[in-house]
Design a protein around this ligand. Structure first.
Ligand code: OOG
Ligand code: NI
Length: 490
């Protein structure tokens, strides 16, 4: 079969996310209700505020598509096969998240598309966690969990066959792509039956609720999907006023004119019936609480400097007004957060000049007509001032460990230990994965540099360097009219 007849990874990912959405809506009716609510609020936001529409033009066609989902795996083998499975959908592991510092015994990555065009076609990504039994004190629980995990096979034989076939041939035709999506969805379905007796479930649950969630079932059920809300504060208020109770606070930065990183909220996980096997007699019935629905709103990606400032301000707000166990001081916390973030510049120009955030450069309409005849010298600053070059934010496509821990915590029906002693183990994670995770900041950096490079070429300013590196600009010799002075390089 020729490469031309292969279905694209983007198309397979789109099929997969649509299939997951349909399955999850049928399994969790509250999620269907959330999707309807978010769609209505987004329509309202668009009709009252045309400016938002303009701002988000690039996002509109994917507004109703799920932005992400999350799964939790039990073994290194599961993680490495998941990497092969998501690769087929054009999703690569980006970033390492250590959640043990927040008392969650997992470490994680996000499988996601990395190209601009791929993200635009279908943004679906999967936050993927690997359980860390090494952090569990209770040896009995650790052993019971490991034994249950060793017995399970989370991929169907057909799914494994198709993964191998894909790797051998380099692609899928339409029929195989459909068969693959159907087989992949099987892995993430909900199982209403536990694989261990109720006593074992309770034992694992009391060691940590996450262990029970991962080790007592035959597969890594998708535990939530997330939709994009144009106005996440309005969505939070609407949820709070209705039947679907949201978590106490929106995770991430406060509301701003210039949104940064990622803000998230969710309705809380619901207790669902589970059947437990019994050595003799009728199976026992119990409940398990794991699955929920989430809303997200994304802003500009931050540089390492911007991210350090974000982390510092967030930590300050959490230190000054910690959210209590019952979250009764959520309002005071949000107010403190807003106050702390006054120190974070809130306009695109300052964010760019201070190198706090990443921007995409493009020539303006007048830039397109512009020639360098009789002009010069130029710098990025002057091209922006002269209205020849323009910027737009590069959207943050990743996750935030403190926020993720907050989401985990509000959806576990018990509070675990405060935190594990900080033992991040990226090496073990990457060994299990069978690959290194990509560095998210480098991806944004490259996207920014490539856009500047292409813009300078379009403006006829020669000497811009090859893609991917910081442009090295022309000197006097090879740029007769428009040129860059050494000291003015961006
Ligand atoms: C994942 C929680 C993290 C997010 O949006 O930050 C997450 C989980 O509960 O398994 O999805
Ligand atoms: Ni999430």
């Amino acid at each position: 079969m020729t490469a031309a007849a292969f279905v694209s990874a983007d198309a397979i990912r789109a099929m997969f996310s649509r299939a997951m959405s349909a399955v999850y809506k049928s399994e969790v009716p509250q999620y269907r209700a959330l999707a309807e609510l978010v769609a209505r609020l987004n329509r309202e936001a668009l009709s009252v505020d045309r400016a938002i529409e303009g701002e988000r033009r690039g996002e509109l066609d994917q507004l109703g598509m799920e932005r992400h989902g999350a799964i939790r795996l039990g073994t290194p083998e599961e993680l490495s096969t998941i990497r092969r499975l998501f690769m087929i959908m054009g999703m690569a592991p980006v970033g390492y998240y250590d959640l043990s510092v927040a008392g969650i015994p997992v470490h994680s990555t996000a499988f996601r598309p990395t190209g601009e065009e791929a993200l635009r076609r279908n943004p679906f990504r999967v936050f993927t966690s690997l359980l860390r039994l090494d952090l569990i004190e209770d040896e009995g629980a650790r052993r019971a969990a490991a034994a249950a995990l060793a017995r399970r096979e989370i991929f169907t034989p057909r799914c494994m066959e198709l993964i191998e076939e894909f790797e051998g041939n380099g692609g899928f035709d339409e029929t195989r792509a459909r068969a693959f999506v159907a087989a992949a969805v099987e892995t993430f379905r909900w199982r209403g039956a536990a694989t261990v007796p109720a006593e074992v479930y309770r034992k694992l649950h009391s060691a940590h609720p996450l262990i029970a969630d991962v080790a007592c079932f035959d597969g890594p059920h998708i535990n939530h999907l997330a939709l994009a809300a144009l106005d996440i504060d309005a969505a939070q208020q609407t949820l709070a006023a209705g039947e679907m109770k949201p978590k106490a606070i929106i995770e991430g930065p406060p509301r701003r004119r210039c949104p940064i990183l990622l803000r998230q909220t969710s309705f809380k996980a619901l207790p669902e019936p589970v059947v437990f096997p019994k050595a003799s007699g009728a199976p026992a019935v119990g409940v398990h609480t794991a699955r929920f629905g989430e809303i997200e709103h994304r802003g500009v990606a931050l540089t390492s400097k911007g991210r350090a400032l974000y982390d510092r301000l967030l930590a300050a707000a959490h230190a000054r007004v910690p959210i209590g166990g019952d979250a009764s001081n959520a309002m005071a916390h949000m107010e403190e957060l807003r106050r702390c973030f006054e120190a974070f510049p809130d306009d695109a120009a300052t964010l760019r000049v201070e190198r706090l955030a990443f921007f995409r450069y493009s020539p303006t309409a007048s830039g397109a007509k512009w020639t360098t005849e009789g002009e010069g010298p130029f710098s990025v600053e002057r091209l922006l001032q002269a209205g020849l070059l323009q910027i737009e934010p590069i959207v943050y496509e990743d996750f935030l460990p403190v926020s993720a821990a907050g989401i985990f915590r509000s959806n576990l029906d018990a509070t675990g230990p405060g935190k594990f002693s900080e033992r991040s183990n990226r090496r073990a994670f990457e060994e299990a994965l069978g690959a290194a995770v990509l560095d998210e900041t480098a991806l944004y950096q490259e996207a920014e540099a490539a856009s500047l490079d292409a813009s300078l070429r379009a403006l006829g300013l020669r000497g811009a360097s090859a893609r991917g590196s910081t442009p090295r600009l022309a000197t006097n010799e090879n740029a007769p009219k428009g040129y860059w002075r050494e000291g003015e390089q961006p």
